[in-house]
Design a protein around this ligand. Sequence first.
Ligand SMILES: C[C@H](O)[C@H](O)[C@H]1CNC2=NC(N)=NC(=O)C2=N1
Length: 100
Amino acid sequence: MKQEKLARSAIDSQIAGLAGWSLDEGLGSISKTFKFASFVEAFGFMTKAALVAEKLNHHPEWFNVYSRVEVKLNTHDAGGLTELDFKLAKAMDKAAGQID
Ligand SMILES: C[C@H](O)[C@H](O)[C@H]1CNC2=NC(N)=NC(=O)C2=N1
């Protein structure tokens, strides 16, 4: 399904409903750093998030060191942010909430 790139107004209202996510310069992506109590918890989060990402066919750019996971979301096919990025962001927040 072709995803439409969101306009600034739609991005603003979507980000207002999220906690801890920030809009990157150029409005091309959103980012969040998740912190956990241990590497095992961080990796558990990544495992949960990976399964959701695969189901959505929408994949994060992420970076992990020990208990920290830095996540960046965008839709490369659309060259910007789409509904799918916000869907995955919410699913990742949920996955993180199930960890600690
Ligand atoms: C061919 C395949 O469906 C596409 O490349 C999908 C896969 N996962 C994706 N993930 C993300 N984040 N953006 C995309 O545009 C995207 N496209």
